[in-house]
Write a new protein. Structure first.
Length: 284
């Protein structure tokens, strides 16, 4: 079976569930992953024959996609801030808006030295900071040991030295367990309310880790309270604390920063015009 026939077969199978644009994009990703051939090559050499084992692997991947599995989990990899990352069901798939947050941090802190990423998940934030900020010392914290294993693999993959630690940031002992000061603390904590599940795609609900996504409707800013309190004692004088946030709670998070004594608070919108990231400074 030649590669052009395989390309058409994948596209037609995915089309009903994805629509034309996404089906074409995912088809290209599958073929590049399993054959190393991109669309240009396929158009130039459509008669290239593909071996049986590769076709079998492609068919298995297509079946998973037709069952709503995210393409990143099917391939076991993704790209974030132009870096490769392993991803599986133990961690959230890194989002473009999180890239915006990381680029903001990098731009503001090229001379900073010590960083802490709370709720690190795949390690995409921590590893990116370690990669792009020269001589940085980066720590990552998560409650999930499975997520931390994935994060450690990503640090090795990108040849970065990130120190990962298992802690529950909601536990009162967290602040005492971490005995150091940081120039920058960043967190992309769970912030999706349970009530918002009804608006979310099945591929998120059925595959991505709920522990990393959802908070109770009655206490949607639970993690923000904990991290802001932690920052009071664990940021240097003039240190900055960054969050990714639920677009519905921008003003409320600004008020929280003020409540915990932060200044120079900057609420920013993402590329879609949604309140998505925030920074404040701790002056002592």
């Amino acid at each position: 079976m030649n590669i052009k026939e395989i390309q058409r077969s994948i596209f037609l199978q995915l089309l009903p569930s994805m629509g034309e644009g996404e089906a074409r994009s995912v088809t290209g990703l599958l073929l590049k992953h399993f054959t190393t051939y991109n669309n240009l090559y396929i158009n130039l050499y459509p008669e290239t024959e593909i071996d049986f084992d590769t076709i079998t692997s492609i068919n298995e991947a297509v079946q998973q996609l037709m069952e709503n599995a995210p393409i990143q989990y099917v391939l076991g990899e993704t790209v974030f801030c132009d870096l490769p990352f392993f991803v599986d069901a133990s961690v959230l798939i890194p989002r473009p808006e999180t890239e915006e947050l990381v680029l903001w941090i990098i731009k503001n802190n090229l001379q900073a030295s010590k960083f802490l990423d709370i709720c690190t998940g795949s390690g995409c934030i921590a590893v990116s900071l370690a990669n792009y900020i020269e001589n940085s010392i980066v720590y990552g914290v998560d409650i999930s040991e499975e997520a931390l294993e994935t994060a450690r693999k990503n640090a090795l993959l990108n040849k970065t030295n990130v120190h990962f630690m298992q802690y529950d940031v909601l536990n009162n002992g967290f602040a005492n367990a971490v005995d150091m000061l940081f120039d920058v603390i960043v967190s992309n904590p769970p912030y999706v309310r349970e009530i918002e599940k009804q608006y979310m795609h099945k591929r998120i609900l059925d595959y991505e880790p709920a522990q990393a996504l959802f908070v109770e409707d009655e206490n949607p800013l639970l993690f923000y309270h904990s991290v802001l309190k932690f920052g009071q004692t664990h940021l240097i004088n003039g240190g900055q604390l960054y969050f990714e946030i639920n677009e519905l709670y921008g003003k409320e998070v600004v008020c929280l920063y003020e409540e915990y004594g932060y200044t120079r608070i900057n609420l920013r919108q993402d590329i879609h015009g949604k309140d998505r990231m925030i920074c404040g400074t701790m002056l002592k």
